[in-house]
Design a binder for this molecule. Structure first.
Ligand code: PLP
Length: 432
């Protein structure tokens, strides 16, 4: 059976997976959702230590009868052959694990989605068509991952918008070091401004000629590979402990946790899901009060999570319409900068593990769980490598963070970017 995708806002026709991936955002401004989740053949052989192997089984139903169906194995091999080990935290009492999502080219989990999307779009590009413009707003890591994934693919141009002074120095370097088919725009505004500009550009008739595609976490082509690492990790821990592991997910736009929910709905042994937010507490407040109140983002140390109006909330609220429905799927807590700092120092001393500021929110939320809950297996999603945030982390641990070789290479390249105002007209001018 072929899956169909509909806009969360109900406008427009149902589309196939490939169309949902190509369009990114639905024509009415909504997000694409499958009308049902496919069945997974859990009996099919798969090697949980290899993501391409897990992807073939976990994603088969999404691709069935789609234009890309025959390409799924090749897409999975090209995009997902990255390590994503779930490692035990020694000295933490036995059942604490870390899902290490930072072994890709730009050292954050965004690499998985960006690479998978690039492989899908490449195979969907009509022969001889003019280049697609991949428009991406980033609070830090998405832009670098997308630039790395699409760099020097002749059929694509990447335009990255990032907020000036609100990303780490090394993140900025990863956004601006590419050249060729990658343009970096440094916006005099917040991440929310960047995101708004992208959304406005998408629905602006005069800009249609750029053939936009989105690479933000609203694209289903990014959610699918992310569910694969939850599937793989949960199978590994379940086999080891005989219990379903719970996950704590450092969250901003809620793409990563949406993928975790999909993995669980597909039948993978994912237990409870707990969101770790920074001081941008829109989601924890919603779960407490039942009132949805998006707000301006505030800058924090975990800057890739500085989101006041999470874009994937529209998807979650479509799937789980009332606050009670959503509470049945997940819970959430939030962590201020002082607690992030303290957790990075403490866990380095106690466990010898170095967290990036985002991962530290999850480590802090774990420590706040009741002791009885901590008797179960828990996995912290480690969303970025601490070397990307050396300016925050090194003073707290009193030593240098070793830089992975792929990151070291990018840090040596010359940087270039264009400064723009937070308006659609300045974006349009830069697109020229
Ligand atoms: C993007 C990002 C997050 C937030 O993920 P969402 O899918 O937006 O919730 C957390 N940590 C890091 C390091 C990120 O880059």
């Amino acid at each position: 059976m072929r899956l169909e995708f509909l806009s969360t806002r109900g406008g427009g026709p149902a589309v196939a997976l490939s169309e949902a991936i190509e369009q990114g955002l639905a024509a009415d401004g909504g997000l694409f959702m499958p009308t049902s989740l496919p069945r997974v053949e859990h009996g099919s052989p798969c090697d949980p230590a290899r993501l391409p192997s897990v992807a073939r089984v976990a994603l088969a139903g999404f691709f069935e009868q789609d234009r890309l169906a025959a390409h799924l194995p090749a897409i999975a091999d090209a995009a997902l052959d990255l390590p994503a080990p779930t490692t035990a935290v020694k000295d933490a009492g036995g059942k604490l694990f870390v899902l290490e999502l930072f072994h890709g080219p730009t050292a954050a989990f965004k690499d998985f989605g960006a690479r998978f999307l690039a492989e899908c779009l490449q195979r969907l590009q009509p022969a001889g068509a003019p280049p697609t413009t991949i428009l991406v707003a980033t609070s830090g890591d998405t832009g670098g991952a997308v630039a790395a994934a699409f760099h020097r693919r002749s059929w694509a141009r990447v335009v990255v918008l990032f907020p000036r002074n609100l990303v780490s120095a090394r993140q900025e370097q990863q956004l601006t070091c590419w050249g060729d088919n990658v343009i970096a725009l440094r916006v005099a505004g917040s991440f929310d401004d960047c995101q708004r500009m992208v959304k406005e550009a998408f629905v602006d008739p005069a800009l249609r000629r750029h053939r936009f595609s989105s690479a933000n976490s609203i694209n289903v082509g990014r959610l699918l590979p992310q569910l694969v690492y939850y599937a793989a990790s949960s199978l590994q821990v379940f086999r080891q402990c005989g219990e379903k592991p719970n996950y704590i997910v450092p969250s901003g736009n809620l793409g990563n946790v949406s993928a975790a929910i999909w993995a669980r709905l597909l039948g993978y042994p994912v237990g409870r899901l707990v969101l770790a937010h920074n001081a941008n507490r829109t989601v924890p407040d919603y779960l407490d009060s039942g009132h949805w109140q998006p707000r301006k983002s505030v800058p924090t140390l975990a800057s890739a999570m500085d989101v006041g109006n999470p874009s994937n909330m529209e998807r979650l609220r479509h799937q789980f319409p009332t606050v009670a429905d959503l509470r049945a799927q997940l819970s959430a807590d939030w962590v201020d900068d002082a607690a992030i700092r303290a957790r990075i120092s403490t866990d380095f001393r106690q466990f010898g593990r170095i967290w990036c500021p985002h991962t530290a929110t999850a480590a802090e939320v774990y420590q706040r769980l009741p002791a009885a809950d901590r008797a179960q297996p828990w996995v912290l999603a480690a969303t970025a490598h601490p070397a990307k945030f050396n300016d925050v982390v090194e003073p707290l641990i009193g030593q240098q963070v070793p830089v992975p070789p792929s990151l070291a290479r990018l840090l040596d390249l010359p940087a270039q970017c264009v400064d723009v105002d937070p308006t659609l007209s300045s974006l349009a001018a830069a697109l020229a």
